[in-house]
Design a protein around this ligand. Structure first.
Ligand code: HEC
Ligand code: HEC
Ligand code: HEC
Length: 185
């Protein structure tokens, strides 16, 4: 009798542990949401002592990348390529000029704005979980929670800076990184 109870108890514990693991995987698989550049810069990534990432990004062309698609020049490029929609509504243009890929609106927080173009989370991953200070402070934990760290920086840049871009004129990594360099102080 005792062994039966023990086996039953063990089964319950194992099932609970398994369900917990599953929930954790489900969470990791798709629950990270894009929160938008204003959230990233809300209280962090803003001041001199924090590294002024917000100012640097706002002063860069990345922050204008969506607005660029709203110009007549962009519409002409789209038309010449055979697209029938305005550039700012053409997924094949948006993929490099906003967050890098078509995403499900369910993956966006209301604070996210595509108008902000190529933004913090385009490059660093959706921040809904890693934005918490307790997680952000610990790089490993932040990575588990959606933060993307780039070791192959040039290869990452050229996922957009390549000849698939209608206006591509070449990409010099050192020169281009120098124009947007931002780091932890
Ligand atoms: C998701 C796509 C994407 C990624 C990834 C990306 N960029 Fe860009 N980048 C763009 C787009 C789009 C523009 C053009 C924006 C515009 O002019 O409106 C741009 C423009 C720039 C410019 C301005 C060019 C100029 O003439 O002044 C620099 C500098 C730049 N990127 C550097 C980088 C670097 C360095 C990396 C990698 C760390 C990188 N980019 C990664 C999409 C991307
Ligand atoms: C075009 C892509 C791109 C954009 C846009 C961008 N970053 Fe970065 N960022 C990088 C790369 C590449 C690095 C250096 C390698 C790394 O840490 O991933 C970096 C480094 C950083 C670092 C230093 C990380 C460390 O541990 O040293 C911080 C903090 C940061 N970015 C915050 C931001 C914030 C906040 C924004 C928006 C206001 C932003 N970034 C926009 C690509 C980008
Ligand atoms: C593979 C990524 C990618 C795709 C796809 C893409 N762009 Fe871009 N776009 C860029 C980058 C990167 C730049 C910065 C200039 C460069 O190096 O190509 C840029 C710059 C621009 C510019 C500014 C022109 C200039 O000389 O700087 C316009 C306008 C533009 N793109 C329109 C479009 C339109 C319209 C589409 C869709 C038909 C499109 N782009 C698709 C990556 C892309």
């Amino acid at each position: 009798m005792k062994t039966k109870i023990a086996i039953f108890a063990l089964a319950v514990i194992m099932f609970a542990a398994f369900s917990f693991k599953l929930a954790e995987y489900a969470h990791k698989a798709g629950a990270f949401k894009y929160v938008g550049a204003t959230t990233c810069a809300g209280s962090c990534h803003k001041s001199d002592s924090q590294g002024k990432q917000l100012d640097i990004w706002q002063g860069s062309k990345h922050s204008q990348a969506f607005k660029t698609l709203q110009t007549p020049e962009a519409d002409k490029i789209a038309k010449d390529k055979g697209f029938t929609t305005a550039a700012a509504e053409t997924p094949q243009c948006l993929k490099c000029h906003t967050i890098g890929k078509e995403i499900d609106p369910a993956e966006l927080e209301s604070t996210f704005s595509k108008e902000d173009g190529v933004q913090c989370e385009t490059c660093h991953g959706p921040g809904s979980e890693y934005k918490k200070l307790s997680i952000m402070k610990d790089k490993e934990k932040a990575k588990e929670n959606g933060l993307i760290i780039h070791n192959e920086k040039e290869a990452f840049c050229t996922t957009c800076h390549n000849s698939e871009s209608p206006s591509f004129k070449g990409f010099n990594y050192e020169e281009m990184w120098a124009k947007i360099v931002h780091k932890k102080p």
